[in-house]
Design a protein around this ligand. Structure first.
Ligand SMILES: Nc1ncnc2c1ncn2[C@@H]1O[C@H](COP(=O)(O)OP(=O)(O)OP(=O)(O)O)[C@@H](O)[C@H]1O
Ligand SMILES: [Mg+2]
Length: 385
């Protein structure tokens, strides 16, 4: 079932102080049928609120929600055909696993026999058939989470909504369970929204990613494109471990400078910028364009992490990852050449990537032109900030 969110907005108003939080601001996305979309962003950016609005547990302040062609904005949660899984799996402790999974069916007019059959199908999907007689307390965290997923699937939902379903699991189990979720999603073909603040999790599991910041969507695309072609500094910084290195830089005469080092040419005009360089974008070279001072090396099997200083780096140190075969001195000066597709330039003020700035939308003028493009100096200058 396709999900369409149209200008979806949720404003929470504190009754005492009358202060407002725009938890979700004008969200406009379409989730194709049968896909798994990752809602990704830092704590408080509105991921859960978005999910709750899709589920019907929260009512939007404005905007519409469609499942397929049906407007479900005012439909009660239980009528939407959703399966929900939360971070803390909230199983009923006094019930067996089987009873837990069957529970969503007990209020429906379904025979006990059919309910049991469907519970078995859901249990086999998440591979916990041998656990059906146990109580939740007798299960590991990962097993409990699988029970919760089976319970969400037992009603054959149109839409599966998962809110940080893996965050209570240890690292290994997280990895394993996320692969499971992907498999289950593929096998059932259920349209799924997966909320996480973990970029690696989102990258690995999603057909496409929605990156959010302060209630506002930043970028929607397949994971690799969001990584390779970030729209702004926030997105560039949010995806990738170790994170992108960010430098104060400048463009002069179509040349990009970090400090006094001229690192590359550019088509863009003179301005102050941020230069983002992914850790894998550095190449150690005697004739390198960027000089840094090595602080420490971390050898990690295939790779070496070079931790180095550069005065223009936003952080005290930068991190470059190079092949373990490459000879790198343990201290002293190191010079890097840069892989052009791993270097991104951002407007210092707006933090948009150069060339990716949105066209101003605020002016109610048809056939709107960018302000500076109007050389006749006519009425277009009524555009207001
Ligand atoms: N019931 C509420 N009343 C008032 N403010 C709320 C309410 N629920 C959420 N908020 C606020 O809305 C914003 C978004 O919250 P939300 O829970 O959607 O974030 P999130 O992205 O899920 O964060 P996390 O990763 O921490 O779970 C936050 O600023 C939060 O404080
Ligand atoms: Mg949340």
């Amino acid at each position: 079932m396709k999900i369409v969110l149209k200008n979806l907005t949720k404003v929470f108003t504190n009754k005492k102080t009358q202060s407002e939080v725009r938890a979700v601001d004008n969200l406009d996305i379409e989730i194709p049928d049968g896909k798994l979309v990752g809602l990704l962003g830092p704590s408080g950016c509105g991921k859960s609120t978005t999910l709750f609005m899709i589920s019907g547990l929260q009512t939007p302040t404005s905007g519409r929600i469609f499942f397929g062609e049906t407007d479900v904005t005012n439909l009660a949660p239980e009528k939407r055909g959703i399966g929900l899984v939360f971070q803390n799996y909230a199983l009923y402790p006094h019930m067996t696993v089987l009873q837990n999974i069957m529970f969503p069916l007990t209020n429906q007019k379904i025979s006990k026999k059919e309910a049991t059959n469907r519970a078995h199908v859901a249990a086999s999907l998440v591979q916990i058939e041998e656990l059906l007689d146990r109580k939740p307390a007798e299960l590991s965290g990962g097993q409990q989470q699988r029970v919760a997923i089976a319970r969400a699937l037992v009603k054959n939902p149109n839409v599966l909504l998962l809110d940080e379903p893996l965050s209570n699991l240890d690292a290994r189990l997280r990895l394993q369970t996320r692969e499971e979720i992907k498999r289950i999603q593929r096998e059932t073909g259920v349209t799924t929204v997966f909320v996480t603040h973990d970029q690696e999790e989102a990258m690995s599991i999603s057909d496409f990613i929605v990156v959010m910041k302060l209630g506002v969507v930043q970028q929607v695309d397949v994971p690799q494109v969001v990584y390779d072609d970030p729209i702004n500094l926030f997105v560039a910084k949010f995806l990738g471990t170790p994170p992108i290195n960010s430098f104060l830089g400048e463009i002069r005469n179509h040349k990009v400078y970090i400090g006094n080092d001229e690192i590359m040419e550019t088509e863009f005009e003179d301005q102050e910028i941020y230069v983002g360089i992914r850790p894998e974008g550095f190449i150690v070279a005697d004739d390198g364009v960027l000089s840094c001072e090595i602080q420490q090396l971390e050898v990690m099997g295939r790779d070496v992490s070079i931790i180095a200083k550069n005065a223009a780096c936003e952080k005290p140190t930068l991190r470059a990852i190079v092949d373990a075969d490459i000879k790198v001195p343990a201290t002293g000066l190191v010079k890097f050449n840069l892989k052009p597709n791993k270097v991104f330039l951002f407007n210092r003020e707006t933090e948009y990537r150069l060339g990716k700035e949105p066209i101003v939308e605020s002016a109610p003028i048809e056939n709107e032109q960018p302000i500076e493009a109007n050389e006749a100096g006519e009425s277009v200058s009524t555009v207001e900030e």
